[in-house]
Design a protein around this ligand. Structure first.
Ligand code: CP
Length: 303
């Protein structure tokens, strides 16, 4: 992993994913270490973020490193017309590692090809969100005690939700049975279904999941991605399709857990928050340990 950009979840192998999860367990036991003293990490967010940016920054701070960057493109020269190419070529002169979120699919790959330092993709349009996926794997393994042979329900916006695209690819390494629950307009894109077919993996598509909820090991809820719709009427039509409520959880497996990359809009009712099945806030904490593991692995500081 040393010096290797993380743009797509498949840039790292199954074994490398597992190494990051093992290392994250060590950071969870002892998150405050001085491994990044003298290192500088850039967080370049061309799109809004709460968790991803701040958990990366928390991870760097806990490791004794320094952060620079922007969370609002209005404060960068991209508003003057500077290209992404020139921005990355410049900032890679200043730092050891770049964490970048951008609305354009493929932008992180492009950045990795011109940067002098490794790039971590913190989300590129509807394409990929690999560090979210690694913290999702960590959360799944921690709650289920394993990653193999689980039944995962992906619910909501499967078309534009980048987190479900990278999660599908990563979990396909672990003999997962996938259930895709979405309105017709937001179904899992064909390329991801083809990906699973080529691996001989089972997936099932549904419009509702109340009758099969007892089969789930993990319910992974997602927000309908308002910002990716070109037609606001389409968003209005689909935004409230699924609202998970506490009373729907009566028949679930005792060890089933609800994950959500967040932010939540209204797809999980507040009455679920007090349930022992709700795991989404602990999931955000896991993000710090996993991002510590990713950063130090890329910078080669774990040997
Ligand atoms: N999960 C996630 O990407 O959240 P943010 O958009 O707040 O970073």
């Amino acid at each position: 992993m040393k010096n290797k950009s993380l743009v797509s979840i498949n840039d790292y192998s199954r074994e490398e994913h597992l190494k990051i999860l093992d290392l994250a367990e060590e950071y969870e036991k002892n998150p405050r270490r001085n491994l990044l003293q003298g290192y500088v990490v850039a967080t370049l967010f061309f799109e809004p973020s709460t968790r991803t940016r701040l958990s990366f920054e928390s991870a760097v701070n806990h490791l004794g490193g320094k952060i620079l960057g922007f969370s609002d493109t209005n404060t960068s020269s991209s508003t003057k017309g500077e290209t992404l190419r020139d921005t990355i070529k410049t900032i890679s002169n200043y730092v050891d590692l770049i964490v970048m979120r951008h609305p354009l699919e493929g932008s992180a790959r492009f950045a990795s090809e011109i940067s002098k330092v490794p790039i971590i993709n913190a989300g590129d349009g509807a394409n990929q969100h690999p560090t979210q996926t690694l913290l999702d794997l960590y959360s799944i393994r921690k709650t289920q005690g394993k990653l193999e042979d689980l039944s995962i329900f992906l619910v909501g916006d499967l078309k534009y939700g980048r987190t479900v695209h990278s999660l599908l690819m990563a979990m396909s390494n672990f003999n997962t049975t996938f259930h895709f629950i979405s309105p017709d307009e937001l179904r899992m894109p064909e390329e991801y279904k083809l990906y699973l077919r080529n691996l001989g993996l089972s997936f099932y598509e549904h419009k509702d999941f109340t009758d099969i909820i007892s089969e789930a090991d993990i319910i992974y809820m997602t927000r309908v991605q308002k910002e990716r719709f070109s037609d606001p009427i389409e968003y209005e039509k689909t935004k409230n399709t699924y609202i998970l409520r506490n009373k729907m959880l009566e028949e679930v497996k005792p060890n089933m857990r609800i994950l959500h990359p967040l932010p939540r809009v209204n797809e999980i009712h507040l009455d679920v928050d007090e349930s022992d099945k709700a795991y989404y806030f602990t999931q955000t904490l896991n993000g710090v340990y996993v991002r510590q593991a990713i950063i130090t692995s890329i910078l080669g500081l774990n040997q």
